[in-house]
Design a protein around this ligand. Sequence first.
Ligand code: CA2
Length: 146
Amino acid sequence: MTRLVYILNGPNLNLLGKRQPEIYGHATLADVEAACRAIAAAHGIELRFHQSNREYELIDWVHEAREGAAGIIINPAAFTHTSVALLDALHAFDGPVLEVHVSNVHQREPFRHHSYVSQRAEGVIAGFGVQGYDLAMLRMTTLLEG
Ligand code: CA2
């Protein structure tokens, strides 16, 4: 059976690899997607990979995921620290949720130390660069294979 996983990316992550490489590295979001798709293919997982700068679009994708996705990997970007609405949407999703941050948010400004989404996430990966997405994919395969 093919299992469906959503990977959702929040605001400004479309700039990954194009600005601030000292914080976020040189890989682009397209590179991240390609690496996740390779892992997904090896594990018989179908991926829906999205990025948006709009909070409501991320929420709508979480609602869509309720219709048949097995799990969600999310880098909510700045909405991590602000969005009760995204947390509420994730609470309405039944499968595992994994939170990813490219940078080590705990080493940065105090306002990045709190995440609304972490309350819902099975696990949080931060500070491993874009490799954090690969690690989240591997963890998701373990969780889904039960
Ligand atoms: O470290 C992460 O992955 C973050 O989720 C990235 C967010 C930030 O607000 C979070 O605190 C931590 C920012 C994403 C913006 O990405 C950019 C990438 C390149 C250039 C500019 C922004």
